[in-house]
Ligand binder design. Structure first.
Ligand SMILES: [Zn+2]
Length: 332
């Protein structure tokens, strides 16, 4: 548990429970995707079932798995018989999955000290499947703990919510996130700093972003904004509309999100906010130049127009035409 970052209060609570051998029957880890709910659950399972920890007793027993014994490695790989995860099969967690789980839970630990069953996206447990689990949630065998993970705890059935102890998880602060990335990835500090700001405290996202790709695509977006700020090169604007408009919808959406993040940064600079307040602060100088060239009043209009385009993507618009109309009349 000690190597986990952020959500300090939850960490202290869980560490105490583990140290006193007082793990409860079922928990709900609630909080946005990517903030470490799953990492916490697995860390608990490793701390309790680690083979090196088992050799120690009482005060010597750590609150941290060693990450290298066969038990820890199998927990990480998802192949430990006492640490199992159930996730939705399709849209929902099916009744057959719930029944199989309720059945499996009745067994004593097969190899470890304590069994953990993790239910991923627990809000996708509906009616019948949930009913099959209610009794299990309330009274699993004493050597078993269920951990429900959910980014939408309010969508959980009330009958489930009332049977579990809830711990809320929050995104990490930028500083916590940066410390985590520095400890776990061998990347230059400028990269970890940008990643920490970009992912807004969601560890799970940090591994999904390729920072060199991000920088390359961002350069293109900044050039587009510089072109827009000058506003007099219709030919290049048309070319840009054609180039970006032709991209697949997902890629197009990603670029728009990037552009909107840049525009918000530029707006914050124009509004006099400091370098620490902006996400893309490694490009501060170019963004500051854009801020003074475009000005806060025009920026508001631009953000509004790109927001509308972003929203309209849901209704299958003709992207090249819509983007062309926007770029050529950005101040219109
Ligand atoms: Zn271990």
């Amino acid at each position: 548990m000690s190597s986990l970052i952020g959500n300090e209060r939850n960490k202290q609570i869980l560490k105490r429970l583990i140290a006193r051998d007082r793990l409860g029957a079922s928990y709900l880890f609630a909080g946005p995707d990517g903030v470490g709910k799953r990492l916490f659950a697995l860390a608990m399972a490793k701390a309790v079932n680690c083979e090196r920890n088992r050799e120690n007793t009482g005060n010597q027993r750590g609150d941290q798995g060693c990450d290298s014994c066969p038990a820890c490695r199998r927990i990480d790989a998802g192949s430990h018989p006492d640490v199992q995860t159930v996730a939705p099969d399709g849209v929902y967690i099916r009744i057959a999955q719930a029944r199989a789980l309720a059945e499996e839970i009745q067994y004593r630990p097969r190899e470890g000290r304590h069994r953990f069953f993790i239910i991923d996206q627990a809000e996708r447990l509906r009616d019948e499947a949930a009913n099959a689990l209610l009794k299990t949630l309330e009274e699993p065998p004493p050597t078993t703990t269920l951990i429900l993970l959910s980014a939408r705890p309010d969508a959980l059935l009330p009958t489930i919510r009332s049977r579990v102890q809830r711990l809320n998880f929050a995104p990490l602060t930028v500083a916590e996130m940066q410390r985590y990335l520095e400890n776990n990835y061998s990347r230059p500090a400028t990269d970890t700093a940008l990643l920490a700001r970009l992912t807004e405290g969601r560890i799970g996202q940090a591994t999904a972003i390729d920072i060199s790709d991000y920088r390359r695509e961002r350069r293109g977006m900044i050039e587009l904004l510089e072109l827009l700020a000058t506003g007099n090169d219709r030919f290049r604007l048309l070319k840009a509309a054609e180039y970006y408009g032709k991209q697949e919808r997902d890629a197009f959406e990603k670029k728009l999100d990037m552009l909107l993040r840049l525009l918000r940064d530029i707006f914050l600079i124009a509004a006099g906010r400091s370098k620490d307040d902006i996400i893309n602060n490694d490009e501060y100088d170019r963004l500051a130049a854009l801020a003074s060239r475009i000005g806060a009043a025009r920026l508001t209009g631009w953000i509004e127009k790109f927001d509308v385009l972003r929203a309209n993507l849901a209704i299958n618009i003709n992207r090249p035409i819509a983007l062309e109309a926007l770029l050529l009349n950005i101040d219109g």
